[in-house]
Design a protein around this ligand. Sequence first.
Ligand code: GRF
Length: 229
Amino acid sequence: NDPAKIVVLISGSGSNLQALIDTIAAGSIDAQIVGVICNNAQAYGLKRAKSANIPTHIIKHSEFASREQFDHALISCIDQYQPHLIILAGFLRILSSQFVQYYLGRLVNIHPSLLPKYPGLNTHRRALEAGDTQHGASVHYVTENLDAGPVILQAVISILTDDNEQRLAQKTLTQEHRIYPLAVKWVIEQRVKLRQNKVEFDGSILTTPVQIDPVSGNITVNNKTLTET
Ligand code: GRF
């Protein structure tokens, strides 16, 4: 079997892209990143892709009259690769419902909060202002409502009394680099599937997202510890 093909969409630093590049290079995921698409010519993530010899494409949203036209250009670019999976990794554009429907079940995102808490921006600040004791990151299928698709995997971290926004963002990002490649591996291996707006894991519908404890590394699926990752 040929490795599964992945296209990654980015807008910025691309540290999640890097985590995926490294995990694939280590042989942990049987996949190939066949293209990286970016809407910002200055994004550092483009350098990361080039260093890994991945073809890059810059498609600037500002050059299109509407969201639909921009998304159409994205689709044309993505489809030349016929990817199994499209990964949003810090891609700062809201996608049209046509785009989302077209790739439904093959489109995943990472978000820096414990969804459904704090969709949108400034998640770390909002968690601190709310006095939360826990925070984290979520990998989810993308559906039509922003940051509201079914969640596959979450890492939960404790908010400490001396955490500020920057420190919390850094701790969260570290966990993102751990959970995103793991969730992608499960999707590629078809252990995880989108089924009627729910996540199926090893043939069972998740009643709550899979959780990884960052300290122990223990993974919990429907209240049971996962032994085979
Ligand atoms: C991450 O925090 C991700 O959750 C959010 O944007 C950030 C992207 O970081 N959507 P990077 O570009 O992967 O370094």
